[in-house]
Design a protein around this ligand. Structure first.
Ligand code: SFD
Ligand code: AMP
Length: 625
């Protein structure tokens, strides 16, 4: 493919929204309102088709963040406490509270747009757990993205969205972010988006660690394969400070097909046990005291639930089972009337299957192909490989300004959700230290960020200028893998194996091997140490050199090359931050064997910044205020 054949398309806008997921849809919806009022332009760019892009592509079976503030069931403070405890004390109260106080209205919008939410006989939402409500959510993303597109269309020529454009790099002028570049994954087109404010919502990252599914199911993971670290790369390359880059998420899921466990634990009140039928949350409860005060609070933080399970496996007590059969039996046993009990049984069976069909269809196929009937057979569960998803129970992302009325002085710098780089905002998985936002909270944070970003545009009305040389250099950089392939492809008789370049798939395998073995992946029981991290970092530096030799034979491979460069930066910031935090705080996510306990001096944020001027990394410890 000839790199010279690429046309350059220039799009000028005011607010540029990068990504088309939950946060981006919230941003588009909210921005449209403020943009109309202030005569601003809004442009959204997604790597895929918004209808099914991002983490909600397959649908979801629950909305995991709904407070029910109107009914007085919960308070914002309760939620902040819950999140902080789940993250072992590491969270920004101002950010969590800001999302929590606004999230209910977003859920009401989803319902208005047609999302079916489970209701009880009195017309109230059916709670899965305290903060989670059940939905028939197979078409969740279609519904939300349609509303976002309609909002943009209402802006007429001032609103637009681009699909199947892969964003690669930020465009920087005088330390301000003034746009982004990328390319079409369908046509030979290079895109320059110029903007007054840029909102990064390109999701989290997967396939940085070697997945448990390799040859036989390559690419299968809990987190969607489409999100590959673009958010973190974008903010890092712009020179923004990042936070919690060490806080990965290791979900426990139904084994091999990654079906969700929340409905089983919370709605069906199921237990997980070792092979002997022992409930390790009870038999190992004493271990939680070593992680007080978080370990002894309720609910037990997700990483500690994992940790107790991992200990069972270490001691040879696997497989670990979700006792679906017992849970269903117990619920039915509570109904004295036989006919009613049979009806309830059918209802529970159907709810159990729907839970998977709404969000992880392959898990239903797994059950069917292994003759599993949840009412009769327990199912294996297992800890996945690590992912980066700060909107769930991870926390990695950009260090952003909080809201003026809630943030301590040190956490507010002019515009809510703005990163430490002027004009660059972040939300959803792209912003850090405010976990447990989930789908509804990410949408809500997108709304909050977009409102602030439009205010930034209004306050900075001068047109942005990007020089022709800068654009030419960016285009050259983005298309370089095509040129490398073209120049060397005939050197060897197999285009996959060539001493002059590396193909993205091989590059990804190498990255995953390093991360797995040195940075505490699944195959080493999530354990690492200073010495292992040091070695891993050394290997990543060689990978950085080799990244200059990534080669692409077509547009799809060009996307894969950039996905892997994005992953590499996410990986490096992860290793550097785990190394910086000399303690173990989230033992079921990773365990530092050389610092095996939690330390009071590390009740703090571990931040980092890559300096675009010097190319140096700086590690920063910040107080929890
Ligand atoms: O329970 C580029 N989540 C759940 N949330 C819930 O509320 N309920 C559930 O039931 C949930 N479950 C769940 C969840 C996540 C996953 C992976 C699974 C199951 C399997 C969490 C939410 O899904 C999550 O919080 C939000 O989706 C986060 O929103 P956001 O906007 O931060 O990320 P996104 O939706 O994935 O969107 C990312 C977008 O970026 C695009 N993109 N665009 C341009 N250029 C690039 N280079 C790009 N790279 C990525 C993507 O295409 C996408 O549009 S439960 O099981 O946990
Ligand atoms: P999951 O399916 O694991 O993503 O969980 C969905 C929601 O339920 C999230 O809000 C989790 O934090 C919560 N959750 C899952 N399992 C448990 C559990 N055993 N105890 C408390 N909360 C849980």
């Amino acid at each position: 493919m000839n790199a010279d054949s690429f046309e350059t398309v220039v799009v000028e806008t005011d607010l540029l929204i990068l990504g088309g997921g939950m946060a981006a849809c919230g941003a588009a919806y909210e921005a449209s309102h403020w943009a109309k009022k202030h005569n601003q332009r809004v442009t959204l760019v997604d790597k895929a088709a918004m209808e099914r892009s991002g983490a909600v592509a397959m649908g979801l079976s629950a909305i995991n963040l709904y407070l029910g503030l109107k009914d007085g069931r919960n308070s914002v403070d309760d939620y902040v406490q819950y999140v902080k405890n789940d993250l072992m004390g590491i969270a920004r109260d101002d950010l969590v509270a800001n999302i929590a106080r606004h999230v209910d209205s977003s859920v009401h919008l989803f319902e208005k747009w047609g999302l079916p939410i489970w209701k009880d006989e009195d017309g109230r939402y059916v709670n899965e757990g305290r903060w989670q409500i059940m939905i028939h959510g197979e078409a969740y993303k279609n519904i939300v993205s349609e509303a976002a597109k309609m909002a943009l269309k209402e802006l007429g020529e001032h609103g637009s969205y681009y699909e199947r454009i892969f964003i690669t790099e930020p465009v920087m002028v005088d330390d301000r972010c003034v746009g982004a570049v990328g390319f079409s994954v369908r046509e030979n087109k290079f895109y320059l988006f110029k903007a007054k404010a840029v909102l990064d919502t390109m999701g989290g990252a997967v396939h940085i660690f070697r997945p448990r599914s390799v040859g036989e199911g390559l690419g299968r993971s809990w987190y969607p394969p489409f999100n590959s670290g673009a958010s973190a790369y974008f903010t890092l390359k712009a020179g923004a400070e990042m936070t919690c880059q060490e806080v990965r998420f290791v979900p426990v899921r139904f084994k091999d097909s990654y079906g969700p466990v929340g409905a089983w634990f919370l709605l069906f009140k199921s237990k997980a046990t070792n092979a002997k039928g022992e409930d390790y949350m009870e038999t190992r409860a004493a271990e939680l005291e070593n992680w007080a005060p978080y370990g002894t609070a309720r609910p037990t933080p997700a990483n500690l639930r994992n940790y107790l399970m991992l200990k069972e496996i270490e001691e040879g007590n696997g497989p670990i089972y979700m006792r679906t059969d017992e849970a269903i039996r117990e619920m039915v046993a509570q109904i004295p009337d036989e006919k009613e009990a049979r009806r309830k049984m059918k209802e529970l069976e159907s709810e159990a299957w729907e839970d998977f069909l709404d969000m992880t269809v392959s898990q239903a196929l797994n059950w069917a192909s292994h003759n599993i009937m949840p009412e009769e057979t327990p199912s294996e569960i297992s800890a996945c490989e690590p992912y980066f998803i700060s909107s769930h129970s991870g926390a990695s992302g950009a260090w952003i300004s909080g809201p003026e009325d809630l943030a301590p002085d040190a956490h507010f710098w002019g515009y809510g959700n703005m990163t430490t780089v002027k004009g660059l905002f972040a939300a959803g998985d792209a912003s850090g230290a405010s976990s447990h936002k989930f789908s509804s909270g990410s949408f809500t944070e997108g709304r909050i960020a977009a409102k602030a970003a439009v205010a930034f545009c209004v306050d900075h009305p001068d047109p942005v200028h990007v020089s022709g040389e800068q654009v030419a250099a960016l285009k050259e950089q983005v298309l370089k893998p095509l040129r490398i392939f073209d120049a060397h492809k005939d050197y060897s008789n197999d285009q996959e194996v060539n001493p002059h370049y590396i193909k993205p798939k091989m590059f990804m395998f190498r990255l995953q091997k390093i991360m797995d073995e040195y940075a505490g992946g699944a195959s080493v029981g999530f354990r690492t140490s200073g010495a292992l991290l040091e070695k891993g970092l050394e290997y990543l530096q060689y990978m950085k050199e080799d990244a200059e030799k990534l080669a692409a034979g077509d547009l799809n491979e060009l996307m894969r090359c950039w996905e892997n460069t994005h992953r590499l930066w996410q990986a490096e910031s992860h290793i550097r931050t785990i190394r910086f935090r000399e303690e173990t705080r989230w033992p079921g996510y990773y365990f530092r064997t050389d610092h095996p306990a939690m330390k009071a001096e590390w009740e703090a944020f571990a931040n980092c910044r890559w300096d675009p001027a010097s190319g140096e990394w700086k590690m920063i410890k910040r107080e929890i205020l």
